[in-house]
Design a binder for this molecule. Structure first.
Ligand SMILES: NC(=O)N[C@@H](CC(=O)O)C(=O)O
Ligand SMILES: [Zn+2]
Ligand SMILES: [Zn+2]
Length: 345
């Protein structure tokens, strides 16, 4: 039995670092484990300009303080009026790493998102031409579609034609949750990849209703049934370079979760690597963990692999019930549970 695992320093290819007091509270958790992270732009207001992204990057670095070796990779939130010239300029200047497509009203802070992908023709042509990745929250927003089917329907109705119309467009389907999404990404004759969260690997939709309503297990795309969790797990440990780590760590203050209309989002940053490693351990795939955590994403994004390493040790680590106080009090993923691995730095 392997009791100690050292891998190249990993990256988080999908994270919400928020702003203000919450940014101060959570940024260090991500920077402690990861060398780089793709930072989601769904602030209020959203990050839609080069200037806003540069300012946000500055606030992230200020929150971390001096001497922290961490690179936030910034993204541009696409709206119906997104300007291809601004996006291309931001990419050329090294400010924008990717663009993020939120279908309007699909998830937290997506009210300014895209109402119809056909409005993005100029943007998509530009992204394809300059090789800039399009990151997608892949759910249809049609209220007539059952919430558990919205990702699979998105793959069929939106993603399939998108890959046909833009054969060179680099796409990351974010936080996949279904067998349909995993199969599409694995098999498509297209430059496409997917991020996978720890929660979609470790729990299924029963967790939302386990003895009562569990708001801290609620995220979007919503957890699916067990067969989907198993399909996503197989994809993660398959060794395919198209699947890589993206925590989707999405903190909401405890009162916003434990509410008559609780926010979607699971805060998993403090024990992210430990949670993922548990999955690879259970699957007998420890030898594939480094690819998933530290190599596949960097290669897809055309970035060098990180220097340096991190080490995880087999150990009983208790996840606290709550982290922080007041306006930054959050309940972490797996609160009150014990994880079998400890991050050793
Ligand atoms: N995943 C979530 O449930 N929530 C995210 C938004 C998102 O990634 O869709 C958030 O910003 O809170
Ligand atoms: Zn999302
Ligand atoms: Zn997210």
């Amino acid at each position: 039995m392997t009791d100690r695992l050292t891998i190249r320093r990993p990256d988080d290819w999908h994270v919400h670092l928020r702003d203000g007091a919450m940014l101060q509270a959570v940024a260090g958790h991500t920077a402690r484990q990861f060398g780089r992270a793709i930072v989601m732009p769904n602030l209020t207001p959203p990050v839609t300009s080069v200037a806003a992204a540069e300012a946000y990057r500055g606030r992230i670095m200020a929150a971390l303080g001096e001497g922290v070796d961490f690179t936030p990779l910034m993204t541009c939130y696409l709206t119906d009026d997104a300007d291809p010239a601004e996006i291309a300029a931001g990419h050329a200047a090294g400010v924008f790493t990717a663009c993020k497509l939120y279908p309007a009203h699909a998830t937290t802070n997506s009210a300014h998102g895209v109402t119809d992908i056909r409005r993005l023709t100029g943007v998509l042509e530009t992204l394809q031409r300059i090789g800039m990745p399009l990151l997608i929250h892949g759910e249809v927003t049609d209220k007539a579609i059952d919430i558990f089917d919205r990702e699979a329907v998105f793959v069929e109705r939106v993603l399939t034609p998108l890959t046909r119309d833009y054969p060179g467009l680099r796409i990351v389907l974010e936080h996949i949750t279904t067998a349909e999404a995993a199969a599409f990404v694995a098999e498509a004759d297209h430059p496409i990849a997917a991020t996978i969260t720890p929660q979609h690997l470790l729990i299924n939709r029963n967790a939302i209703f386990d003895g009562g309503l569990r708001p801290h297990a609620y995220c979007l795309p919503v957890l699916k049934r067990e067969t989907h969790r198993l399909a996503v797990r197989r994809a993660a440990v398959s060794g395919s370079p198209r699947f890589f780590l993206g925590t989707d760590s999405a903190p909401h203050v405890v009162g916003a979760k434990e509410s008559g209309c609780g926010c979607a989002g699971i805060f998993n940053a403090p024990f992210a690597l430990e949670a993922y490693l548990r999955v690879f351990d259970e699957e007998g795939a420890l030898d594939r963990f480094e690819g998933f955590a530290s190599e596949h994403g960097a290669r897809f994004y055309g970035r060098p692999l990180n220097e340096g390493t991190v080490t995880l040790v087999r150990d009983a680590v208790a996840v606290p019930d709550r982290i922080g106080t007041g306006e930054t009090a959050v309940v972490p993923f797996m609160a009150g549970e014990t994880i079998g691995w400890r991050f050793d730095g």
